[in-house]
Design a protein around this ligand. Structure first.
Ligand code: 13P
Length: 253
């Protein structure tokens, strides 16, 4: 019922020329895959160029962040409507923005509302840090992040919201959560929280991706579980071979 999605978060990597090189290779191959949506989230500086190139490609484009404010005097920021000129999705609440730029759920909530008003589909990231996990608080942290970040948001179409569960201790560390642990947390915490906000029908239609050290070797294990609807990939999305290797794994389910 839920179409799998493989999303690449390029983070602060790739000049425009490097972005073009990578996307040209991806474009050649992505057409050969079926039943999977592929989303690329490059830095802002490449969005316009890639948008033009991808006009007749199934590859979707997303931003990595937006401002919570409407256009105006906000030096260094990009508004939702400006991003929406070039892309359809936006990553919000990524743990790197939470940790390094002090983004909290209240701000992320405003950004989500700005994104939805501009018809951008948010990819909302949630996940606990290692100390929270070790203290047995992962369930509470994830549920709280979802409730605060999504509070006051009305959602009728479940395809207009994507959740990415990214345990912070698994990001860029080579250490990933097991497919069973992730599925369990999605089933026990994420879906019931979404159901509490919008009802069971909507909750069941929202895609929940896993992120954190996903590579072509471990990806198959994640995608074989019913609860994990794809991946949000960092490091392994920066080379065509590695990223395509992950997409490939969705074809064997
Ligand atoms: P890695 O795949 O490099 O662990 O990064 C995951 C991530 O943060 C995606 O948003």
């Amino acid at each position: 019922m839920r179409t799998p999605m493989i999303a690449g978060n390029w983070k602060m990597n790739k000049t425009e020329a490097e972005a073009l090189n990578l996307i040209r290779v991806l474009m050649q191959w992505v057409r050969s895959y079926s039943g999977v949506e592929v989303l690329i989230c490059p830095p802002f500086t490449s969005l316009s160029t890639l948008n033009k190139l991808l006009v007749s490609s199934p590859i979707l484009l997303g931003a990595q962040n937006i401002s919570d404010q409407p256009p105006g005097a906000f030096t260094g920021e990009i508004s939702a409507t400006m991003a929406a000129e070039f892309c359809t999705h936006v990553i919000l609440g990524h743990s790197e923005r939470r940790a390094y730029y002090g983004e909290e759920n209240v701000l992320i909530n405003r950004k989500l509302k700005a994104a939805i008003s501009a018809d951008l589909i948010p990819v909302l990231c949630v996940g606990e840090v290692l100390t929270e996990r070790e203290a047995g608080k992962a369930d509470h942290v994830v549920s709280h992040q979802l409730q605060e970040a999504l509070g006051g948001i009305h959602l009728e179409d479940p395809t207009k919201m994507i959740i990415a569960y990214e345990p912070v201790w698994a990001i860029g560390t080579g250490r990933s959560a097991s497919p069973e642990e992730i599925s369990d947390l999605i089933a026990r915490v994420i879906r019931p929280t979404l159901s509490g906000l919008w009802g069971e029908g909507i909750s069941q239609g929202i895609r929940v991706l896993y992120g954190g050290s996903v590579n072509s070797k471990n990806a198959g294990g994640f995608f074989n579980t019913a609860e994990i609807d794809g991946a949000l990939v960092g490091g392994a999305s920066l080379t065509a071979e590695k990223f395509l290797g992950i997409i490939e794994k969705t074809q064997k389910i």
